[in-house]
Design a protein around this ligand. Sequence first.
Ligand SMILES: Cc1cc2nc3c(=O)[nH]c(=O)nc-3n(C[C@H](O)[C@H](O)[C@H](O)COP(=O)(O)O)c2cc1C
Length: 188
Amino acid sequence: MKTLILNGSPRKSGHTVALIKEMTAILKGEIKIVDCYTANISPCLDCRYCYNKKGCSIKDEMQDIYEYLVDCDAVIIASPMHFGTISGKAISVCSRLQSYWSSRHIRKVDKDNLKPKYGALVITAGGNWPNIQILAEGVADYIFDHTETEQIGSVYAKETDKYPAKDNVKAVDQARFLAHRLNELCSK
Ligand SMILES: Cc1cc2nc3c(=O)[nH]c(=O)nc-3n(C[C@H](O)[C@H](O)[C@H](O)COP(=O)(O)O)c2cc1C
């Protein structure tokens, strides 16, 4: 089993990383964690290379992610909530998934030979208000869709300003549950 985790937090020992650790302690097989704040990955520059060719013209660390996405089994998007959705750096990295959109809708190639995957969304948020999840779920929908990933669930550790995510029993339980479920689904 191979899992790609996109870590959208700038904080090395922050709330998001605490939940990532809960999951990596359970996930079987190989795990690749992409730190969106330190990875050498440019945002999509809309050069439109992918309108005519497979892949992306920008030769940076995103090329490793494209390669990993070919046959990985699971994708986890883990990010602090910034301005109501995943962090800007996480969105920047994921903008490079646009090449998959171009394959489907411009070049009309049905799939990019990506193995179908299962995925989970992990969000930590300082606050708590009704419908806090709407924007993050919407953005995650795009990411999961572009990577041929079926989302199996989400974790929200809210009010991290008051309660650290690592002590949020409900969020930790849900993160562990989703890691076990990914193991089950990906081993079938
Ligand atoms: C730039 C920025 C924007 C933020 N926007 C929100 C927000 O829209 N809603 C919210 O509940 N918390 C917001 N927060 C708080 C973070 O979501 C919260 O502190 C989070 O748990 C940090 O996770 P980390 O320690 O993994 O980075 C924001 C924090 C920053 C730095």
